[in-house]
Each structure stands twice: as C-alpha cells, then as structure tokens.
Write a new protein. Structure first.
Length: 111
C-alpha cells in the first residue's frame, strides 16, 4: 500500500538526478528533460547548525535546527527541522517530511 506524502521533486529523464523543486533543468547534466517525482519524505540529518538569530519568516522561531537532510532517494536539501531538541540533535538522526511553508520551504520533524 502506497501512501502519498505530498512531497515533490524534479527528476531528470536523461540521467536520473533528483533535485528539489523548483528546477526547470537538471542541475547535474543541464538537460531540460525533467519531470516532477514524489519522494518518500524520509531521511537523515547530513549536517546541521542551530540558529539563534533568525530572520524573515524564521525570526521568531529561534533557536531552531537548520539542517541539510539526505533523503532516502539521495537528494540533499536544506530544511528546518521542527520539534527537535537543539541540544541533542546529531548527524545521522532520522527525520521525516511534515509539511511545506510558503515562505520557508519543506519542514521536517524527527522520525
């Protein structure tokens, strides 16, 4: 049984490289033969920082975890991880896509 996460990405039809949207061309090979694909939304923290002085849409959320998440499909994306203890976060922690905020982008939470 497949469950939809609503999380989308762009996959190059020529080389298979997956990029987070919006991309109108493959950032790996330059081809414009790309299509949107759905990701499973599960991954691990690849690297992170704890932000204590935010700005814009995140200025009132400090401290928060800003992480590069590597998804199961191999895509790496910079994202905010909510509901994660900023003092306990570690590289390799499992996270899952929760929702997308218009002015912030994908939001993840601990898995």
């Amino acid at each position: 049984m497949s469950t939809s996460t609503g999380m989308k990405a762009i996959k190059c039809s020529d080389c298979g490289f997956i990029s987070p949207p919006p991309m109108s061309a493959c950032s790996s090979c330059g081809s414009d033969s790309v299509a949107e694909v759905e990701l499973n939304g599960k991954g691990r923290i690849y690297t992170y920082t704890v932000v204590h002085m935010g700005f814009g849409a995140l200025k009132d959320r400090t401290p928060y975890v800003l992480a590069v998440v590597e998804l199961d499909e191999g895509v790496k994306m910079t994202t905010v991880v909510e509901e994660m203890d900023a003092n306990a976060v570690q590289v390799g922690d499992a996270v899952a896509y929760h929702h997308t905020e218009e002015n912030i982008g994908p939001i993840f939470r601990p898995a």
